[in-house]
Design a protein around this ligand. Structure first.
Ligand SMILES: *[C@@H]1O[C@H](CO)[C@@H](O)[C@H](O)[C@H]1NC(C)=O
Ligand SMILES: *[C@@H]1O[C@H](CO)[C@@H](O)[C@H](O)[C@H]1NC(C)=O
Ligand SMILES: *[C@@H]1O[C@H](CO)[C@@H](O)[C@H](O)[C@H]1NC(C)=O
Ligand SMILES: *[C@@H]1O[C@H](CO)[C@@H](O)[C@H](O)[C@H]1NC(C)=O
Ligand SMILES: *[C@@H]1O[C@H](CO)[C@@H](O)[C@H](O)[C@H]1NC(C)=O
Length: 948
C-alpha cells in the first residue's frame, strides 16, 4: 500500500479527513470548525441588524469547512474576519477574544456600534482594523496581552465620548507594533511617555482628539515615519516642536491646529526624508529655517497662521502655504530691510521670546512700535531696551549689523555665552548694559566712549552672588581641573587676560555709579521741596484756544525708559520749578503724583469702569476740569498692555476729531502707566442700551440713537481716511463709544489701533478685538482691513436697533450671536419690526429710518469684506436721516440745548461750541474681554492637507 510510504504526520491527517468524511456521511455532526469559534461567529451574526449582507449559508455550522464568506481559517480555527465596507450595523459579541487564533480582524468602514469587546489575550492578533465605525466604549483591558499586534486602527469612533480616554500602557507589550492609528476617537490627556520606548513604531496618528500638553521628549530619536497630531480640540498641544527634528526617519509630519510655540527647529534639516510638513495654525515664532525649505524631498509645506517672521523663502515645490504670518514682506524671495534682518537675527539668538517676537512684525522696526526698539528719524534704530524679560539664549553677533544703534540694554535677563566682538566696532554705540546676566568671558574691548555695564554676571564678576545653584561650574579663577583638560592652552588664554578687565571694570563702574547717585541725591535735595519722585514722563497737551483746530502736540518730558514711540518728540523737563500742575500758555501738565491726588490715590470710589487692561478712575483737577484716568494694570505691562499703552499714545497723538475721545496727557513711570482723557459724563453707550433699567435711567430715543450712529460713522470715516495714513480701530463696540452731556458720541480706546498699510491692502496681525463684534475674515485669518471696523460698526447699529448685546450666552442658540441672527431676520419688515428695541417708540417716520438703518447694518455685516460699504457711505446714509428727522412734540431733547431740527451744519457748529465749553470722558467697559488669539472652532478652516 502506497500509504505506508507517506510520512507519519501526513498519514495521520489523511486518516482524519477520511474519518470525518465517513462521519459526515453517517451523521449530521459534520463540523471541522472549533465549536467555540463557531459560537463566536454565530453571536457575531446575531448581533448584527443586517446579517443578511454576509450571505452565510443557512444551516451550516462549519464556517471553516463550508468556507463562509469573509471568514478565513487555519485548520479548524478562525484566523481572519474580513468584513470591511459592508455597511454592517449592530454590535460585536462580548467574548470575541475566544477566537484565540485570530490574527487579522478587518471590520473597518461599517456602522458597528456599542462597546468594543475586550481583545485581552488575543496573542496571535497582528492586524486590527476597527476604524470608521460607531463604537462608543473601549473597555479598559482592551489591549492586554496583544503580543503579536503590528497594526491597530481605531480611527473615527466616538469612544468614551463624555470623558475621553487615555491609552492604556498595556499596549507597550505589543513590541512589534508599527502602526498606531487613533485619530478622531476622543483620546484625552497627554501623549503618553511610553510611546517613546516602542521602538517598532513607524506610524503614529492621533489627530482630531482632545490631547493636551507637549510632545513627550521620550519620542526624541524615535524612528517614526509618520506623525499626525493635528487638530486637537480645544487649545490643543503646546510647547516647542524641537523634538521633531530628532525623528530623522520622518516622511510626513502634521502638527497643524494646535498651540505649539517657539521657533521651527533648524535641525529639521536632518529629517531628509520629509515630504509633507504641516505646521499651520499654531503659535510658532521666528524665521522659517532654510534647512526646512531646502529639504530635498519636500512637496508640501503648510505654515499659515502662525507668528512667523522675516522673509518668505522661495521654494522649489508648489504646495507651499504661508499666509497669514507677520512676515516682513508679502512676496517670497524678497529679503527684509537690513535693520529687520539684523534685529531678527538678534532675536533668534534668544530663541524668539514670545513677549518680544509678537510685536516685532513686518518690515519697519521704527513705524510699528516694536517692543523695546526706539529709533531716530524714520529708519535708524537707535536703541534696544529689553531688560528684565527673562530672556534666555545668547547675544547674537547680528547686532553688529545695526550701524545706527546707540544704546543696547539687556540687563536683568538670563543671557549666556559671550559678548560678540562685533559690538565693539559699532560706530555709534554709547551704552551697552548687559548687567545681571550669565555671560562668560572673553569680553571685547570697547572704546572709552562706550558706557559698558557688566555687573552681576557670575562668570565675569566673581563678587556677584551665584544666579542659580552652581551645578558643577567652577568659577573662573579657581585652578582649572588638573587632569583631563582637553585644551589647557586655550583655557588659560581665555580666562587670564580678560579677567583683568573683568575684575576692574565692575569696580570702576561701581564707583562711578555711587558717585553719580550721590551727586543726584545732592542735587535733588538742593532743589526745592521735591515731594514726590521727579515726574519721569509728562505729557503736555496744548489746549491753546487760539488754535481752533486744536491740533495736538504731545511733548514727553524726561522720558524714563525710552520706550515711547519715536513719533512723539521728546524734550527734557527742564528743572521746572513747581510741581503743582499749571496751565501755562495753554498747556495742561500732568504728573503721576497729581493724578494720584486727584483720584484719591486711585480709590475705589473714583472708579468709573474696568477695561481689558486696567481700571478707569474719575478725577477732578483743582480748576474744576474733570478727567478720566486710565491706569494700566501693573504686572501686565511688560508685554501686551505695554504695547497697548504705547499704541494708544502713538495714535492719539496723531489723531484728532470731535468724535474721538481726546487724550489730555499721560504719565509713564516704572510701574505706573496712566492715560488721561476728557471725562464723558454720560458714560458708555452700552450702559444706555443694555443697563438703563437697572441704572434707572431713560432709554435712548431713536433720535439720539441716530445721532450716535452718525457720530460713530464720522469718527470711523475720519480714522480710515486720514490724509496719508489709514487707521483701523479693531475694537469698535458699544462699550468703547462714550457719550457726552448731550448724548453725542465719541469713540474711545485706541489701544488696539494699528496703522493700516498703504493703500487698501490688508495685513495679517495679532488678533485683537472683542468677540461678537469681530468680522469673520478677521477671526479666521487675522487679516485686517478697514472693513473689519465696518463690520463692528454694523454690529453697533444692530445693538442700537434691538437693544440687544452683540453676544449673550444666555440667549437661545439662534439669537446668541447678534450679527448672524440679524442677518437672517432683517429682510422681512414685519420680523424686523418685532426685533426693534421695545423702548423705541416706533412711528411711521421712525420706522422708515429704522428700516434704512437696518439696511445699512445688513450691508455692514456682509460676510465678504468687499461687499461691505466704506464708512463714507454710512455717513452718507445716516446724515440725511438725522437731518430729515423732525423732533416729535413730546421729545424734550431740545431742553438739552441742541435743536435737531436745524440743518446739520448749523447743528454741528452748535455742538462744537458746546464741546469747547466742557470736557468730558468716561470709561465703562462692560465687554466680555478680548477673545483668545485663536478662537476654538476656527482652526478647522485651515485643515490644509489632512486626508481624512
Ligand atoms: C447605523 O446604525 C444605526 C443603528 O445602530 C442606525 O440607526 C443608522 O441608521 C445606521 N446608519 C447607517 C448609515 O447605516
Ligand atoms: C471607557 O468607558 C468605560 C465605561 O464608561 C470604562 O469602563 C472604561 O475604562 C473606559 N475606557 C478607558 C480606556 O478608559
Ligand atoms: C501603516 O500606516 C501607513 C500610513 O498610514 C500605511 O500606508 C500602511 O499601509 C499601514 N500599514 C498597514 C499594514 O496597514
Ligand atoms: C541644518 O541641517 C543640517 C543637516 O542637514 C545640520 O547639520 C545643520 O546643523 C542644520 N543647521 C542648523 C542651523 O541647525
Ligand atoms: C545657555 O543657556 C541655555 C539654556 O537657556 C543652554 O541650553 C545652553 O547650553 C547655554 N549655553 C552656554 C554656552 O552655556
Amino acid at each position: 500500500m502506497e500509504l505506508f510510504f507517506l510520512n507519519g504526520d501526513m498519514a495521520a491527517r489523511l486518516r482524519l479527513v477520511i474519518v470525518s468524511a465517513l462521519l459526515c456521511l453517517s451523521s449530521s455532526v459534520c463540523a471541522e470548525t472549533n465549536p467555540d469559534d463557531y459560537d463566536v461567529l454565530q453571536d457575531f451574526y446575531k448581533g448584527l441588524n443586517n446579517p443578511e449582507v454576509l450571505k452565510w449559508p443557512a444551516g451550516s455550522n462549519d464556517p471553516c469547512g463550508d468556507k463562509w464568506n469573509y471568514i478565513f481559517c487555519s485548520g479548524s480555527r478562525v484566523t481572519q474576519i474580513q468584513t470591511k465596507n459592508l455597511k454592517l450595523s449592530g454590535t460585536l459579541p462580548e467574548h470575541l477574544n475566544k477566537l484565540t487564533e485570530l490574527s487579522n480582524l478587518g471590520l473597518q468602514n461599517n456602522n458597528l456600534s456599542g462597546s468594543l469587546p475586550s481583545f485581552s489575550g488575543l496573542s496571535k492578533l497582528q492586524y486590527a482594523y476597527l476604524g470608521n465605525n460607531q463604537f462608543d466604549t473601549i473597555p479598559s483591558d482592551f489591549l492586554v496581552g496583544l503580543t503579536s499586534l503590528q497594526v491597530i486602527s481605531l480611527n473615527n469612533n466616538p469612544l468614551n465620548q463624555s470623558t475621553g480616554w487615555t491609552l492604556p500602557s498595556d499596549i507597550s507589550d505589543s513590541v512589534q507594533l508599527t502602526n498606531l492609528s487613533l485619530s478622531g476617537c476622543n483620546l484625552a490627556g497627554q501623549i503618553p511617555d511610553f510611546l517613546g520606548s516602542m521602538s517598532s513604531l513607524a506610524v503614529l496618528e492621533m489627530s482630531y482628539n482632545m490631547l493636551t500638553g507637549r510632545i513627550p521628549t521620550s519620542l526624541s530619536g524615535s524612528q517614526l515615519r509618520i506623525l499626525k497630531l493635528n487638530n486637537q480640540q480645544g487649545s490643543g498641544l503646546t510647547g516647542s516642536i524641537d523634538v521633531v527634528a530628532s525623528m530623522t526617519q520622518l516622511t510626513l509630519v502634521w502638527l497643524h491646529g494646535n498651540s505649539f510655540t517657539g521657533p521651527i527647529p533648524s535641525g529639521i534639516g536632518d529629517c531628509t526624508s520629509l515630504t509633507q510638513v504641516s505646521l499651520n495654525n499654531n503659535q510658532l515664532v521666528g524665521l522659517i529655517p532654510e534647512n526646512l525649505t531646502a529639504l530635498p524631498r519636500l512637496q508640501s509645506l503648510q505654515l499659515g497662521n502662525n507668528k512667523l517672521m522675516g522673509p518668505i523663502p522661495n521654494v522649489s515645490f508648489s504646495n507651499f502655504k504661508y499666509d497669514p504670518n507677520p512676515f516682513c514682506q508679502s512676496t517670497p524671495g524678497i529679503p527684509c530691510a537690513p535693520e529687520v534682518t539684523a534685529l531678527l537675527g538678534f532675536l533668534g539668538g534668544m530663541d524668539y521670546p514670545e513677549s518680544v517676537a509678537t510685536s516685532w512684525s513686518g518690515n519697519d522696526p521704527c513705524g510699528n512700535s516694536w517692543f523695546g526698539v526706539s529709533c531716530t528719524g524714520q529708519t535708524k534704530v537707535s536703541r534696544i531696551n529689553l531688560q528684565k524679560l527673562n530672556l534666555n539664549g545668547s547675544i547674537s553677533p547680528s547686532l553688529g549689523q545695526l550701524d545706527s544703534i546707540q544704546e543696547i540694554i539687556l540687563a536683568g535677563n538670563n543671557l549666556n555665552g559671550t559678548i560678540p566682538d562685533v559690538l565693539a566696532s559699532l560706530p555709534s554705540l554709547t551704552l551697552l548694559d548687559v548687567s545681571n546676566n550669565d555671560l562668560a568671558p572673553p569680553v571685547p574691548k570697547f572704546k572709552t566712549s562706550v558706557k559698558f555695564i557688566v555687573l552681576g554676571n557670575r562668570l565675569l564678576d566673581p563678587s556677584a552672588p551665584p544666579r542659580s545653584p552652581p551645578a558643577g561650574n567652577s568659577p573662573p579663577g579657581n585652578s582649572p581641573p588638573s587632569g583631563g583638560g582637553s585644551n589647557p592652552g586655550e583655557a588659560s588664554k581665555g580666562s587670564s587676560k580678560p579677567n583683568v578687565l573683568v575684575y576692574v571694570l565692575p569696580i570702576v563702574i561701581g564707583v562711578v555709579i555711587i558717585l553719580l547717585a550721590g551727586l543726584l541725591v545732592y542735587c535733588r535735595r538742593k532743589g526745592k521741596k521735591e515731594t514726590f519722585p521727579a515726574p519721569s514722563s509728562i505729557v503736555i497737551h496744548p489746549r491753546d484756544s487760539s488754535h481752533s483746530e486744536g491740533t495736538v502736540k504731545v511733548v514727553v518730558a524726561n522720558n524714563a525708559n525710552g520706550s515711547i514711540p519715536s513719533s512723539i518728540p521728546t524734550t527734557t523737563s527742564s528743572g521746572s520749578t513747581s510741581n503743582t500742575h499749571v496751565i501755562e500758555s495753554g498747556n495742561l501738565v500732568v504728573s503721576v503724583q497729581i493724578l494720584r491726588n486727584v483720584t484719591n490715590n486711585f480709590s475705589a470710589d473714583q472708579e468709573l469702569g474696568r477695561g481689558g487692561f486696567g481700571v478707569v478712575y474719575k478725577g477732578e483737577l483743582h480748576d474744576g476740569t474733570e478727567i478720566a484716568v486710565k491706569r494700566m494694570e501693573s504686572g501686565m505691562l511688560s508685554s501686551k498692555a505695554f504695547d497697548e499703552f504705547q499704541a494708544e499714545i502713538a495714535v492719539l497723538s496723531k489723531v484728532r476729531h470731535r468724535n474721538l475721545v481726546s487724550l489730555l496727557g499721560f504719565s509713564a513711570e516704572d510701574n505706573e502707566k496712566l492715560l488721561v482723557y476728557e471725562y464723558m459724563p454720560n458714560g458708555a453707550l452700552s450702559k444706555h442700551l443694555f443697563h438703563w433699567k437697572k441704572l434707572n435711567i431713560d432709554p435712548l430715543s431713536w433720535k439720539k440713537r441716530l445721532n450716535i450712529a452718525l457720530d460713530v460713522a464720522r469718527a470711523m470715516e475720519y480714522l480710515h481716511n486720514l490724509a496719508h495714513q489709514s487707521f483701523i480701530h479693531r475694537d469698535l463696540k458699544s462699550s468703547n463709544i462714550l457719550l457726552d452731556d448731550n448724548f453725542r458720541a465719541k469713540v474711545a480706546d485706541f489701544g488696539l489701533v494699528k496703522l493700516a498699510p498703504d493703500g487698501k491692502n490688508s495685513m495679517a496681525t495679532r488678533l485683537a478685538g472683542t468677540f461678537g463684534y469681530l468680522a469673520p475674515e478677521y477671526a479666521v485669518t487675522g487679516k485686517v482691513t478697514t472693513k473689519v471696523d465696518v463690520f463692528s460698526f454694523g454690529v453697533v447699529l444692530i445693538e442700537l436697533l434691538t437693544g440687544m448685546t452683540a453676544l449673550d450666552d444666555n440667549r437661545s442658540e439662534e439669537t446668541r450671536h447678534l450679527a448672524s441672527w440679524f442677518y437672517h431676520v432683517k429682510s422681512n419688515k414685519e420680523t424686523l419690526r418685532s426685533t426693534i428695541d421695545k423702548s423705541i417708540d416706533i412711528s411711521e417716520d421712525t420706522f422708515e429710518s429704522i428700516c434704512a438703518v437696518s439696511d445699512l447694518a445688513g450691508h455692514c455685516i456682509a460676510r465678504e469684506p468687499q461687499q461691505r460699504p466704506d464708512m463714507g457711505y454710512a455717513v452718507n446714509v445716516l446724515a440725511p436721516l438725522v437731518d430729515k428727522w423732525k423732533p416729535s412734540k413730546d421729545d424734550n431733547d431740545e431742553s438739552l440745548g441742541i435743536d435737531f431740527g436745524q440743518p446739520l451744519l448749523q447743528m454741528v457748529k452748535g455742538w462744537q461750541a458746546a464741546e469747547g465749553s466742557t470736557s468730558m470722558s468716561l470709561y465703562l467697559d462692560d465687554s466680555k474681554g478680548s477673545i483668545p488669539a485663536r478662537p476654538a472652532g476656527f482652526a478647522e478652516s485651515f485643515t490644509s492637507s489632512d486626508g481624512r
